[in-house]
Design a protein around this ligand. Structure first.
Ligand code: ATP
Length: 507
């Protein structure tokens, strides 16, 4: 006899959500069983975030119903969703850096004794939850001092403390090392085995194949496939997402390095020291590392956004150690920052205007004034070349999905054809088809004779693109590999500071 069927943990029926000019969710049905890890996939702009925002009470649907544990619900905000047993781990963690782990976990739901916060009980609670779920973390550590992988654990502990039965995770492995990602999946599997439910939004096929039970694929706001993971393949999921066959993991030929374009000697800035590095024309140098090991500080110092405290930076033979960001750009530097929202783009400005930024001295302008017709034509070319999905070129950048905003930023900077491109996390949040496109464009850029300094936490990206790979750990370069020498395991170990690991430094 089959056991009585439990109610699904989450059941969305006919969810429709419109934004001006876009049908983001078109009558979406999604059923997530209790105790499963359910992956939600789809190209950039397919409607995944919108659907999760509707489920979590952050957006009101135009039509459709939501059931949680069999009960129909309607949330006025995330607080209602939390009360119904849902919890969400956002990409940008929402923790207080200056508070301890225990204080963060119990924040706004503190155990009390005689009306006062019971700190000892809070610490005990963290230890119990950590032990029960394999989420070891020191309750007394200051969150600001923790690496990303542990901060993510704090986020998960916080949701568990509040009694979340269904966890929604938005691209949780984007900033993790392979070992941290494996540890996360072990935790998710044990949560699922205890009957909790996980909804995972991700672009990473491998982790979906290894870590999920079922997959729902969205395309253009509609469900196009419901798959059982054990019965599907990477190719099948990719084809469902894109509507065509996708060539995964293309191998690129190595570059032909020419003259030195960027030359760093003894460079130091906040959190970075003793950096020696040369990047040549026609070469991609990749810097691998876990977020927070000085890569962003290095790139900011090179872009002129952070003072260099020692050493020298030369660009095409000229000393630019203390040059302003604008002077550096004028001398041939283009820059794709990690933070596409705060630094990279102007959210209220149109897609076309964002694409024209920094082009005041180029063919788009005459005597410093941009020509509207040239700006539009330029925008149309880049939208086409990078597959940026926008209702029109006139919508504000804030209306783009995360991955499409990333494509905009890459497109704009590549269009400068600058001798040196600094690029950080070029494909974070970008779907598999667009990853291939961005990779092809970076290789073509290199082959056209430009120098590229690539910073990425994504090992397959670094290995696929870089002609030389450097690992940064605690502000220094701790290992150097030539293309093809960097296998995933030793790179992963070096990124985690694996001092005892057999990491060969080859120069
Ligand atoms: N606030 C908004 N205003 C206008 N359009 C929006 C808004 N939010 C999302 N959209 C549009 O809705 C569609 C779906 O976006 P959504 O962010 O849900 O996609 P996604 O699948 O999460 O993409 P990504 O993988 O890039 O994060 C996109 O076309 C996007 O441009």
């Amino acid at each position: 006899m089959t056991p009585p069927q439990a109610e699904p943990a989450v059941e969305l029926r006919g969810i429709t959500k419109r934004f001006p000019g876009t049908l983001a969710n078109d009558s979406v049905d999604l059923t997530v069983s209790a105790g499963e890890i359910h992956a939600l996939m789809g190209e950039n702009g397919a409607g995944k975030s919108t659907l999760m925002s509707v489920l979590y009470g952050m957006e009101r649907p135009d039509a459709g119903t939501i059931r949680v544990d069999g009960r129909e619900v309607s949330f006025a905000g995330p607080a209602g969703a939390m009360a119904a047993g849902l919890g969400m781990v956002h990409q940008n963690f929402k923790l207080f850096d200056s508070l301890t782990v225990a204080e963060n976990v119990v924040y706004a739901a503190e155990p009390r004794r005689f009306g006062l916060v019971d700190r000892a009980a809070a610490r005990r609670r963290v230890r119990e939850l950590a032990e029960e779920h394999g989420l070891a973390v020191d309750p007394d550590a200051r969150v600001g001092d923790l690496p990303v992988g542990l901060r993510q654990r704090v986020e998960i502990l916080k949701l568990l403390h509040r009694g979340a039965r269904t966890l929604i995770l938005d691209e949780p492995t984007a900033v993790l090392t392979p070992a941290e990602a494996d540890a996360l999946f072990a935790v998710l599997k044990s949560l699922a085995a205890q009957g909790r439910t996980v909804i995972l939004v991700t672009h990473k096929l491998r982790e979906v194949l290894e870590g999920s039970d079922r997959v729902t694929v969205l395309r253009d706001g509609r469900v196009v496939a419901r798959l059982v993971t054990a019965e599907t393949t990477a190719d099948e999921i990719a084809a469902a997402m894109t509507g065509r066959a996708v060539e995964l993991d293309r191998v690129h030929a190595p570059g032909t390095p020419g003259d030195v374009v960027l030359d760093l000697t003894g460079l130091a800035t906040d959190g970075v020291r003793d950096l020696e590095l040369a990047v040549r024309a026609g070469e991609i140098v990749g810097i691998a590392g876990v977020a927070g090991n000085g890569q962003s500080e290095l790139v900011e110092a090179l872009a002129g956004l952070r003072p260099v405290t020692a050493g020298r930076v030369a660009l095409r033979g000229r000393d630019i150690t203390h040059a302003s960001a604008t002077e550096r750009r004028a001398h041939g530097l283009a820059y794709v920052p990690e933070d596409r929202h705060a630094v990279g783009t102007a959210p209220a400005a149109s897609v076309a205007d964002n694409l024209a930024m920094g082009h005041h001295r180029t063919s788009l302008s005459s005597r410093g004034l941009l020509s509207p017709a040239a700006v539009r034509a330029h925008a149309r070319r880049l939208v086409e070349r990078f597959g940026i999905k926008a209702a029109t070129e006139e919508v504000p950048a804030s209306a783009l999905s995360g991955g499409n905003l990333q494509k905009l930023l890459i497109g704009r900077e590549l269009a400068h054809e600058a001798p040196l491109l600094l690029v950080e996390q070029p494909t974070r949040g970008v779907d598999i088809g667009a990853v291939q496109n961005i990779h092809d464009q970076l290789i073509a850029y290199r082959d056209a004779g430009h120098a590229v300094l690539l910073v990425s936490a994504e090992l397959s990206e670094i290995r696929g693109l870089a002609d030389r790979v450097l690992v940064m750990y605690e502000g220094r370069i701790t290992a150097t590999y030539q293309k093809d020498e960097a296998d995933e395991r030793s790179l992963g170990l070096a990124m985690a500071g694996g001092g005892t690991a057999p990491v060969e430094a080859v120069d």
